[in-house]
Design a protein around this ligand. Structure first.
Ligand code: ADP
Ligand code: MG
Length: 921
């Protein structure tokens, strides 16, 4: 065990030195954390813990010996701790920092120590340990609350939520509570919902740490093998999706206890019971991690929200659209592409907007108005952006101020930000459209003046050593400082007056930290020393003396300086407390600055990348000259494409590999997401609806992430989509059904399209290699075909990357194979087979209605696949002699992966195939 008290020390507990006994007590109390024990200038760890800390931090170990034995120890230097703590957190340790809580100089025996802070990946507050411009959340999931679900439904759930409008129905039986907090900024919010909703919301929050209630178990308590949640237990590890899972004291999850805790921050009655429990338990944990000093002063608001009141982007879509992470890990995300913010405040805000686009058209359009104004007023935009570079991270600063951790430099940084505010306001005044934004910037002039009056311009980081407070700020301080100054002046004059009085012309007055002030006389002149000199120190060539008056002055000076330092510290903490008392106003200003930064950044992106303001409220997705915002930046000849999708249209997108299908579908989805986030869109013009959810599913063959059986996952995600999509949703399905045998895959794809069209009436883009699906355009009213064409000259294929109406005639699989370097003989043979069967492959569409699209034949959806099939053994027999059922049977057999088929599945499949053949007879 790396954490907890070392066995070696426990064995001789009664003999340990008092200090090590203290260590053992604390290590036992914080037994799931690495205890870092302050000794002098180091945070020490002992025994096994020392081994681990030394390994992770690459520190040397020493052997520490006392009367009870030898113990391995290692130490992290306190002054330079951040980088080591960071490594320990990276290695997923919780850290309990035990500091000295009394002044070592004021005790004779053992200094009292206590754990002042528990640092976990989700509760970090140190700027040095946090990424700038993003949030670090710890989230909490609980199951159930005090009340029953029916009661909540009757209360109307979220209907009185002030800041959101809309007419969502009362919440159907919320069962799970979910809360999250960023302990560094104080942002805190809670919600409740079904397990699926909570899961989706968690993916959006992406917490660094997940706290789970007693009824949300650890993985080994549930049916982990299947990764499926049973009715009674939820697999916390699966839910956490990579975040550290923390079990905390079950007592804080007791609904009454949780509600009491929440009461210190917000009225628990406003929350769904499950949400209140989650929030209360989470805040209890956050308080504990901060040293259990009572409520967190900077958590001034616990926001109650309903995730269904914003555009929902589920975890799959977040990944598929690469909003914040790319599949491959490298390359630019949408956020990177859009991020022109200048401050950490703005960066966090833009991230939040993109994570949670809006549903309320008015609010979206208000953002568009502001972006337009910033885009039009170039000078205003540039000036504001320059000034925003001065904006300090006020959210985290408020956290430090209220925790009493801010130093004098922090206050000066706050002052510098406050000085920029009137200038930002002045700049905004040039754009009348931005009046309300300007009014939201409260310059906090009183606070600014107060800080400036009190704190010197360039203060030291240490707040106990003086030099912080300006002259003239406090009469007492000025007095004490005056005394010290007078004393020092008297000493400064002493040399010349004593030389005169004694006639010793080389006499010197000096100061030494150990002995204080002295008068130094060389050995040759000792005979001239007057009677009132007392010897203080003997040196080789001289003697040092003091006089009663010098001693008196010395005491006076040192006493005054000490008093001044103490007074300065007191005055500083008073000013800091005054600032803390204004936490809410500072947070309000931080909020306004964040908006200004995010909006002007969106305008900058819009101007620099030529985005257009979208028009909302359209009955469909209509885009002219749309581009993929990320791909267009690396593809010098990006070809813009239109989209023309009246609401309820299902567009079937066909075309060869690499022709641009996926890029096109994603750019349409991104257009919608960007617009509802408040951004302009990468297009010449766009008329868009307000959609409630964006779904994407990228087929297994395109999904590099892998993991569980990709086909199983694909089907599970398809299930979610078909359950949850509505007529207001935008659905993007990319090559769904590819992960299984052709027959099944084609059937699933077709059934999914029919369901999307007939039942859900959702607007959808559906890329498929199952060519015969394109027939649906002739059969279903709102199904359309789109295809990506290529031209062929000689044997070469050039992709046009241009969307055209109608279905593609062929997949150009052979040419792609050739481009990829498949040997000539194989390519030639394949081409002969394709030509032989189809009588030549046309290069372009065969008609907008999709009829005649089946030129690629009927042996299986994917011509490229089919070509390979035909290269397999036993294909000599002319294909024409086979019935459809026979071909399908063969295709299914070939597609079967024997290694991955259980005996039962094999029997079932054989049975199915026999029936298929029988039906054919
Ligand atoms: P598909 O899904 O049809 O296989 P992709 O959408 O993945 O094709 O596109 C393949 C590549 O073609 C992309 O990586 C991109 O570099 C390029 N591409 C796609 N669309 C365009 C476009 N409109 N203009 C220029 N290049 C494009
Ligand atoms: Mg693709």
């Amino acid at each position: 065990m790396v954490t907890g008290a070392p066995a070696k020390m426990l064995d001789r507990r009664d003999e340990l030195t008092p200090m090590l006994a203290q260590y053992v007590d604390l290590a036992e109390e914080y037994d799931d954390a690495v205890l870092l024990f302050r000794v002098g200038d180091f945070y020490k760890a002992f025994c096994e813990t020392a081994d681990e800390v030394a390994r992770v931090c690459e520190l040397t170990r020493i052997e520490r010996e006392d009367s009870t034995g030898t113990y391995t120890a290692c130490g992290i230097p306190v002054d330079n701790a951040a980088k080591y703590l960071d490594r320990l957190l990276e290695a997923e340790f919780r850290l309990a920092v035990a500091d000295q809580v009394e002044d070592p100089e004021e005790t004779n025996g053992l200094v009292d120590r206590a754990v002042t802070q528990v640092i976990t990946p989700g509760t970090v507050v140190d700027d040095e340990l946090l990424a700038a411009g993003s949030n670090t959340y710890v989230a909490c999931v609980t199951r159930g609350g005090t009340g029953n679900a029916a009661e909540v439904g009757a209360r109307g759930g979220y209907q009185d939520a002030g800041e959101v409008r809309g007419d969502a129905e009362p919440h159907p039986e919320p069962e799970y509570g979910l809360a999250h907090v960023d302990v560094s900024t104080g942002e805190c919010a809670a919600t409740a919902g079904s397990l699926a909703e909570v899961r989706e919301e968690l993916a959006r929050i992406a917490p660094a740490e997940l706290l789970t209630g007693p009824s949300v178990g650890a993985a080994d308590e549930v049916d982990a093998a299947e990764g499926v949640d049973t009715d009674d237990e939820v697999d916390a590890t699966a839910l956490a999706d990579g975040a550290m899972v923390t079990d905390y004291d079950p007592a804080v999850f007791e609904p009454d206890a949780a509600s009491d805790r929440l009461d210190a921050y917000a009225d628990p009655g406003r929350f769904d019971p499950a949400a209140a429990t989650a929030a209360g338990a989470l805040l209890a944990y956050a308080e504990w991690a901060q040293g259990d000093d009572g409520p967190l002063g900077h958590v001034n608001r616990v926001r109650r929200y309903d995730p269904r009141r914003s555009l929902r982007i589920d975890a799959t879509a977040l990944r598929g659209l690469e909003l914040f992470e790319t599949h491959a890990g490298g390359g630019a995300t949408l956020f990177d592409t859009l991020d022109e913010t200048r401050s950490a405040l703005g960066r966090r805000r833009l991230r939040a907007w993109l994570r949670r686009p809006l549903l309320d058209r008015e609010r979206v359009e208000a953002r568009h108005d502001a972006v337009a104004a910033f885009a039009d007023h170039t000078l205003v935009r540039e000036e504001v952006r320059d000034l925003l570079g001065e904006a300090y991270d006020l959210e985290r600063l408020v956290g430090r101020v209220t925790r009493g951790r801010a130093d004098a430099r922090d206050l000066r940084s706050l002052h510098a930000t406050l000085e920029a505010v009137p200038e930002i306001r002045d700049a905004l005044a040039e754009a009348p459209e931005l009046d309300s934004l300007r009014d939201s910037l409260d310059p906090l002039a009183d606070l600014r003046e107060r800080i400036d009056d009190a704190v010197v311009e360039d203060p030291p980081t240490d707040v106990t050593d003086g030099g912080l407070i300006r002259d003239g700020f406090d009469a007492d301080l000025d007095d004490v400082r005056g005394t010290a100054r007078e004393g020092r002046e008297w000493v400064a004059n002493l040399e010349s007056s004593e030389r005169e009085r004694t006639g010793i012309d080389n006499l010197e007055v000096g100061y030494n930290r150990v002995h204080g002030y002295y008068i130094e006389v060389t050995n040759g002149r000792l005979d001239a020393v007057p009677d009132d000199y007392t010897r203080r120190q003997t040196l080789k060539n001289s003697e040092r003396f003091y006089t009663p008056e010098l001693k008196r002055r010395e005491d006076e000076i040192l006493g005054a300086e000490e008093r001044a330092d103490r007074l300065e510290y007191e005055l500083f903490t008073d000013v800091r407390a005054e600032v803390a008392a204004e936490a809410e106003r500072i947070q309000g200003l931080a909020d306004a600055i964040a908006r200004v930064d995010a909006l002007s950044a969106l305008a900058t992106a819009a101007v620099e990348r030529n985005y257009a303001r979208p028009e909302l409220g359209a009955d469909g997705v209509f885009v002219e000259g749309g581009r993929h915002p990320v791909v267009e930046r690396t593809e010098p000849e990006f070809v813009p494409n239109d989209a023309d999708l009246p609401t309820g249209t299902v567009a079937l997108v066909t075309g060869p590999n690499m022709s641009g299908k996926s890029t096109y579908m994603r750019q349409v989805a991104l257009c919608v997401v960007l617009a509802q986030a408040g951004s302009f869109v990468p297009a010449q013009s766009a008329r868009l609806p307000v959609v409630d959810r964006v779904f994407t599913r990228v087929g297994a063959s395109d999904d590099i992430a892998g993991g569980e059986s990709t086909f199983m996952r694909e089907m599970r995600e398809l299930t979610d989509i078909l359950h949850d999509a509505t007529g207001d949703s935008l659905v993007v399905l990319d090559e769904v059904g590819r992960g299984t045998a052709t027959t099944d895959g084609r059937a699933i794809a077709r059934a999914a399209v029919e369901f999307l069209h007939d039942e859900l009436e959702a607007t959808a883009l559906f890329a498929t290699h199952y060519h015969d699906l394109t027939e649906l355009a002739g059969e279903r009213e709102r199904v359309r075909n789109l295809h990506f064409a290529a031209t062929r000259e000689g044997g070469d294929v050039t992709f046009l990357h241009r969307a055209k109406p109608g279905a593609a005639a062929a997949s150009y699989g052979v040419e792609v194979a050739e481009l990829a370097g498949v040997p000539d003989a194989v390519v030639d043979r394949a081409r002969a087979l394709v030509d032989g069967e189809d009588g030549g492959v046309g290069a372009d569409a065969t008609g907008a209605d999709g009829t005649g699209a089946d030129a690629a034949g009927d042996a299986g959806g994917d011509p490229a696949q089919r070509t390979l099939d035909e290269l397999g053994p036993g294909t000599d027999r002319p294909r024409e002699e086979l019935t459809d059922a026979e071909r399908e049977t063969l295709a299914a057999l070939r597609a079967t992966d024997v290694a991955d088929t259980t005996p039962i599945e094999a029997l079932n499949r054989l049975n199915d195939l026999q029936r298929l053949l029988e039906a054919d007879d």
